[in-house]
Design a protein around this ligand. Structure first.
Ligand code: MN
Length: 249
């Protein structure tokens, strides 16, 4: 029997992780290790300065008072017992496309799996409002089944976004690249009842890349977007630019 480690960033009580567990039931032995509370946009944060408490909520089901990265690291080093065939993160409430993968705790959980040598995949439902995870189930199950059936390359990391439409309106799947997005009014300044200013981060999405290969484009056309992610952020062409500037001596 294959073995899967499940995590997320919306927390162990989020509807998305329950949908993920249900989607994968019977495909593999499932172990869940997820944050006790919501950790969205915590990126790849690791808890180094206070103790991590783990609560056993059921059979192979653990909540951690920590981040998604803490969960995957703790699971693989301490709680899982052996090596999973796959780390699966999600299903996130909201998209993780373009630059947002840098902020995403959902993607970070999968990235941690890949760094530790386990093929990993992150799933996000690209909704900006309410979430109906039902149409995701067969998509998720099908993709995970394909991944389990093959030998994946070292540090395999896949980011999947699912359009938030009824199942019969999902038009297919596309292999995509990360697009680019722009938020309008990224930081909003308001005043509290005592007249002091406060700031709220997170505006509305104004524009995104029109690149036809992008994840944004696929989602806009009701396709599931599958983006393979590299951890090597080196800008290879600019290595030569730096050398040409005489930075190397
Ligand atoms: Mn989240």
């Amino acid at each position: 029997m294959k073995r899967i480690l499940i995590s997320n960033d919306d927390g162990i009580h989020a509807p998305g992780i329950h949908a993920l567990e249900e989607a994968l039931e019977g495909l593999a032995e499932l172990t869940v290790m997820a944050p006790l509370t919501e950790q969205s946009a915590t990126s790849h944060a690791l808890t180094l300065h206070h103790p991590l408490r783990v609560r056993e909520l059921g059979a192979r089901r653990f909540a951690v008072e920590g981040t998604p990265t803490d969960c995957v690291l703790l699971a693989l080093r301490e709680f899982f017992g052996g090596t999973p065939d796959l780390v699966v993160s999600g299903i996130n409430h909201g998209p993780n496309m373009g630059e947002d993968v840098i902020y995403s705790g959902t993607v970070a959980a999968a990235t941690e799996g890949a760094i530790l040598g386990i093929p990993s995949v992150a799933f996000s439902l690209a909704t900006r409002g309410d979430a109906d995870y039902n149409p995701c189930r067969s998509v998720v199950r099908d993709i995970v089944q394909s991944l389990l059936a093959t030998t994946l390359p070292h540090r395999f990391l896949l980011n999947v976004n699912i359009p938030a439409v009824p199942e019969d309106q999902i038009r297919g799947r596309r292999v995509t690249r990360l697009g680019s997005r722009m938020y309008e009014d990224d930081v909003i300044r308001k005043e509290d009842p005592r007249g002091r200013p406060y700031y709220w981060i997170g505006g509305s999405l104004a524009e995104w890349s029109t690149d036809v290969e992008s994840d944004f484009h696929a989602i806009a056309e009701n396709h599931v977007a599958l983006t393979p992610i590299l951890m090597d952020l080196t800008d290879a062409p600019r290595m030569q630019v730096l050398r040409d500037l005489g930075m190397e001596r």
